[in-house]
Design a protein around this ligand. Structure first.
Ligand code: DAT
Ligand code: MG
Length: 133
């Protein structure tokens, strides 16, 4: 079943100049890019995007980081796109992510982990609307 998911190339990966490598990987994986844009989120926008984590200890630090520079948001489509993209990203903590995953390759820490991916159809819907209306 074709699904849509929201991917983000986070500020650490933009600063590291690996946007191209990550987009190449998306295309090599057979995921189709339907929309794409570069934006610098405000702190308030980052807080809205990650509202699901608002009670977490890392919420303030995470939203500071996500509003610290430009990000690239991508609307992806493909068979089981949500789980496919999460497999390609790897575990949240780059140190635990499998070799060859994007977080293992380009992530720096559990917070600065290079990329985001929606984790369910419900969050995908919210996150796609957030960036692409
Ligand atoms: P994921 O991005 O793998 O879906 P998540 O939804 O649990 O992970 O958390 C969202 C982001 O918050 C994650 O990409 C990085 C940050 N984060 C998660 N756990 C953290 C922690 N223990 N310390 C600092 N940042 C954390
Ligand atoms: Mg998540």
């Amino acid at each position: 079943m074709k699904e849509r998911t929201l991917a983000i190339i986070k500020p650490d990966a933009v600063r590291k100049r690996v946007i191209g490598k990550i987009i190449q990987r998306i295309e090599d994986e057979g995921l189709e890019i339907l929309e794409m844009k570069m934006v610098h989120l405000t702190k308030e926008e980052a807080r809205q995007f990650y509202y699901i984590h608002k009670e977490k200890a890392f919420y303030d630090s995470l939203t500071d980081f996500m509003s610290s520079g430009r990000v690239v948001a991508l609307l992806l489509e493909g068979e089981k796109a949500i789980s496919h993209w999460r497999e390609v990203m790897g575990s949240t903590d780059p140190a635990e992510a499998k070799p060859g995953t994007i977080r293992r390759l380009y992530g720096f820490s559990v917070e600065r982990n290079a990329v985001h991916g929606s984790d369910s159809p419900e969050t995908a819907e919210y996150e796609i609307k957030f960036f692409f209306g």
